[in-house]
Design a protein around this ligand. Structure first.
Ligand code: ATP
Length: 248
């Protein structure tokens, strides 16, 4: 098994005159959580959508566990899953029905057992027969995370997964994902605007600005390396004065 679950090389995406992703290269290793950070419009969602095969890159290469998604899309995506607040599950299906439908789509073996495990893991047993549309946004997020774990993905893409969770639930979810990543065989690409969360969760971060990776490193040491006290200070500098950092 190769160590990298995701390898991105020279990825670019143009929308007309807008260069949303500009020659981006990085990898995510097994048992690693990588934070993809950057201000609004930096290119994070565009990058994630290219990894998911939803958007076609203008150029560059994406490999999931060594499989090029341009030529082995289905095989690569079988190993992948995703959760984001902007991609809720169908609201007219119950929690159980949603997990069943997605489980069937992913060809999950022993699906009923897998669903029971996930309902317990994400504290969703009491909601199993409720329609997803009536759940609170935090409860819906937990269902999305359970759905994202159905196929035991080796690459998990989480786009602001705790954005609508209360602090206690958000902490539990972070700990759960850290634990699953540490003892599983996969890696996680995690976007967040919450720098406290990023420090708590990510082994490594990539700062994107105007579609380019400006900085990469350990979120606990990177701020000092660039003369900043906190990750938030560094983030604000990247957002406001990316050129100052490029000159560092
Ligand atoms: P946010 O934190 O706000 O979600 P982001 O880092 O995810 O931002 P993207 O959504 O990837 O940023 O957008 C990157 C750039 O590409 C932005 O300038 C955006 O306006 C532009 N963009 C995104 N989608 C399209 C599209 N379909 N057509 C034209 N421009 C687009």
């Amino acid at each position: 098994m190769s160590r990298s679950v995701l390898t991105i090389s020279n990825l670019r995406k143009e929308y007309g005159a807008t260069l949303a992703v500009d020659d981006v290269s990085f990898s995510v290793e097994r048992n690693e959580i990588v934070g993809l950070l950057g201000p609004n419009g930096a290119g994070k969602t565009t990058t994630i959508n290219m990894i998911l095969g939803v958007l076609e890159p203008s150029s560059g290469n994406i490999q999931i566990e060594g499989i090029d998604i341009a030529t082995g899309r289905l095989q690569a995506l079988e190993r992948t899953n995703f959760a984001a607040v902007y991609a809720p599950l169908p609201g007219n299906l119950t929690v159980w029905q949603n997990l069943r439908v997605f489980g069937l789509m992913y060809g999950v073996k022993n699906l009923s057992d897998r669903i029971e495990t996930l309902l317990a893991q994400f504290d969703l047993r009491e909601f199993r027969d409720m329609k997803c549309g009536v759940l609170s946004s935090g409860e819906q997020t937990r269902v999305c995370l359970a759905k994202a774990m159905l196929n035991r993905p080796n690459l998990l893409l989480l786009d602001e997964p705790t954005a609508s969770l209360d602090p206690a639930t958000a902490r539990e979810i972070r700990m759960k994902i850290r634990e699953l990543t540490a003892r599983g065989s996969g890696g996680v690409l995690w976007t967040s605007h919450n720098m406290y969360e990023v420090e708590a969760v990510c082994d490594r971060v990539l700062f994107l600005s105007h579609g380019k990776i400006l900085l990469e490193g350990d979120p606990r040491t990177l701020p000092r390396e660039h003369g900043k006290q906190t990750l938030e200070d560094l983030f604000i500098t990247v957002a406001r004065e990316p050129l100052a950092l490029e000159r560092d």
